[in-house]
Design a protein around this ligand. Sequence first.
Ligand SMILES: [Zn+2]
Length: 143
Amino acid sequence: MTFTATSAPVASTRDWWPAMKLGFGGHCPACGEGQMFRKFLKVNDCCPACGEELHHHRADDAPPYFTILVVAHIVGAAMLFVEERNDAIDLWIHVLVWPTLTLALVFWLLPRFKGALIAYQWALRMHGFETVPPKVLSVVKPL
Ligand SMILES: [Zn+2]
């Protein structure tokens, strides 16, 4: 009796760009109908519309990293631009505007980056998002 591994059928490819756009909007990358998040950053275990499993994601620290990268460049550049153009602005306006703008951008971008990243992982079949069953051992009878 010989055991050999048979390969499962090759899964169809998933287009990562439309999936990331759906994820950026907080929608399921598989169907585009269901919501990816049940709370602010809590991902649904499965899509409520199509049942696609979403709990496999490993977003980890990437969404905060990209959020900080983008927000720091926007707010930092805006602060420098305003300061260079008009240094007569009162300090209390700076204290009010920049933290408010920073928090608004962070709360807007963070779930979007997380959704896009999870959709990217889904499109590339990373971390359990593959739908192809694992290799199955089959029994080959000797001739
Ligand atoms: Zn879905």
